[in-house]
Design a protein around this ligand. Structure first.
Ligand code: PLP
Length: 439
């Protein structure tokens, strides 16, 4: 597979042009990558009006993922989520039905576009982990009129939903299905693809940088339903920077070569290696959650460990993980982990063991009571207050989240007594609320 963006930049660098253009470092090395960090010079194409090397590279990705078109983002899934919402809501009135565990990028996008949201709560044992079924979605679609269904899959802890089943329901009710697949770009390359586009989603975003060898910020916006193609570009440009990083674009471009060649085999080997580690962990008495194949999620509370104790043990062995709270510890893998990494982790589980479960009560998710629209709450004057003083006030900013993403209470909702327990559990001490006279 060719790499048009990478080749262009390499050529440009080798020709040693005098650079009377941005960026200001003029290719002089500071971090060591400046000579291949360029801007939209002649021949370098333009990200949101691509008709040259970027178009060719995006077409390569579209072929790999079997989409109508795949757009690049150098601003993560965050930008893709905004563009997907803009495209799906254009010219329509009505609400979006979204899984409650939506990332805050979704909340900001809905507020910017003045879209109201109804939440699907499903069943949950943790704020980051909702199980929403096709019948949950069908019940909600029967009783409401929605412009789209929006789900997060996989979620932050690695739980997978039945996207194929939910997709069928969405088609039955003629409602498009959008998936935040930030954590699941690699799902395409399992023995049997579990990628949302193959399972029936109309659009999805993948943070390529989370599970593929791509620089931070690199993401895909996949469109299956061609009806959205012309609209997507408009909203990418609406929300995106006019200075996309060519380092990230090159990394997305080069990644195509890997996706087209070796990745399937590498993923198969990695999944088998992780399975072996999971077996060791279980044999040693650790309680693991069901997850997608490239995550290992330990229920540390049921395994008898506090967060502090578990993290201290890991750090002693020089192991750093993606996420840990009082209940779950999440390990993320890719084929780029070395054999040494895998051996070190397996040894960690072999040298430690599960203990009597700790009694932690995960606070239940409380269904939000809407006091004002998302948009009004986010754009109102607000103030920070201690959570103990917040009962009865209206949440302004959704930054009261369990790390890193999922809000306990969402902008526009009234904070209730029951939320306080959740704030305590997730270590949140202050919250941004709407100023009293602005209600
Ligand atoms: C579920 C989910 N969606 C979206 C995002 C945003 O992705 P990005 O960092 O690529 O903008 C994240 C980031 O952590 C996430 O966890």
């Amino acid at each position: 597979m060719d790499t048009p963006i990478y080749d262009f930049v390499k050529n440009y660098k080798n020709q040693k042009f005098s650079r009377f253009h941005m960026p200001g470092h003029k290719g002089k090395k500071i971090l060591g990558v400046e000579d291949i960090d360029i801007t939209e010079i002649s021949g370098a194409d333009c990200l949101f009006a691509a008709d040259g090397i970027i178009k060719l590279s995006q077409e390569n990705t579209s072929k790999i993922f079997g989409t109508s078109y795949t757009y690049y983002s150098t601003e993560g899934s965050t930008l893709c989520i905004k563009a997907m919402l803009g495209a799906v809501a254009e010219g329509k009135s009505g609400k979006i039905l979204a899984g409650r565990n939506a990332h805050k990028a979704f909340i900001y996008a809905a507020a910017s576009l003045n879209i109201e949201v109804d939440w699907a709560y499903g069943k949950s044992d943790h704020l980051c982990r909702l199980n929403i079924t096709d019948s949950d979605i069908e019940n909600l679609l029967k009783n409401g009129k929605y412009i789209a269904v929006y789900l997060t899959n996989p979620d932050y802890l690695g739980n997978l939903l039945d996207i194929a089943g939910i997709g069928e329901i969405c088609r039955k009710y003629n409602v498009p299905l959008i998936v935040d697949n930030a954590h699941g770009a690699y799902l395409k390359f399992l023995k049997e693809s579990q990628h949302p586009i193959d399972l029936g989603a109309d659009m999805c975003c993948d943070s390529a940088h989370k599970t593929l060898p791509v620089l931070t910020g690199g993401a895909y916006l996949h469109v299956k339903n061609p009806e959205y193609c012309s609209k997507i570009l408009k909203y990418l440009a609406f929300f995106g920077s006019t200075s996309p990083s060519y380092l990230i674009l090159q990394s997305l471009d080069i990644c195509n070569k890997y996706l087209d060649a070796d990745i399937k085999e590498d993923i198969e080997k990695t999944v088998a290696r992780i399975e072996k580690i999971k077996k060791t962990a279980k044999r040693r008495g650790f309680v693991l959650a069901d997850t997608e194949p490239l995550k290992l999620t330990v229920n540390i509370a049921l395994s008898g460990y506090t967060k502090q104790e578990f993290l201290k043990l890991l750090r002693k062995k020089r192991i750093e993980i993606e996420f840990c709270d009082n209940c779950f510890a999440v390990f993320m893998f890719t084929p780029k982990n070395s054999q040494k990494d895998f051996a070190r982790l397996e040894k960690f589980f072999a040298e430690n063991k599960g203990k009597a479960p700790l009694r932690t009560q995960i606070p239940p998710i409380i269904q939000g009571k809407k006091a004002m629209t998302l948009r009004k709450a986010l754009l109102c004057e607000s103030e920070k207050v201690k959570v103990s003083k917040a009962v009865g006030r209206v949440c302004a900013a959704p930054d009261c989240s369990c790390p890193p993403a999922v809000p306990i209470v969402i902008s526009g909702e009234t904070i209730e007594d029951g939320h306080i327990k959740a704030f305590d559990y997730y270590g949140i001490e202050e919250i941004e609320v709407v100023k009293k006279d602005k209600n």
